[in-house]
Design a protein. Structure first.
Length: 110
């Protein structure tokens, strides 16, 4: 019985490692409020996660023009998460409100 138990524990440990995040990965928040992205420019590293939180009374998006990311509609009091994987400079905007724009700078992992 202990062999089976040990085998199960080893399998679970290996499976959890497959889904573990890198130790250096960080999490950042961009607040959408008063028709602005705050901060307007954010520098992160590959593997980091950004959460856009909509504190406005209307829906917004965080969308790039190039091959990047598109949150689709983020409802009021909702959020959208995105884990960055490709270094580069990404200018993004709200599709519904073109005067709202921000910049995400993704650097290689440290």
């Amino acid at each position: 019985m202990s062999r089976v138990y040990n085998a199960v524990l080893r399998g679970l440990a290996m499976a959890s490692c497959a889904f573990a995040l890198p130790a250096f990965a960080g999490a950042y928040v961009v607040t959408i409020e008063q028709m602005r992205f705050n901060p307007p420019t954010l520098t992160v590293h590959r593997g980091d996660e950004i959460v856009w939180v909509n504190k406005d009374l209307v829906a917004h998006t965080a969308s790039t023009d190039a091959k990047g990311f598109d949150s689709r509609s983020i409802a009021p009091e909702a959020s959208w998460r995105y884990r960055v994987s490709t270094p580069g400079r990404y200018t993004y905007r709200c599709i519904f409100h073109p005067t709202m724009h921000g910049t995400l700078i993704v650097e290689p992992a440290p």
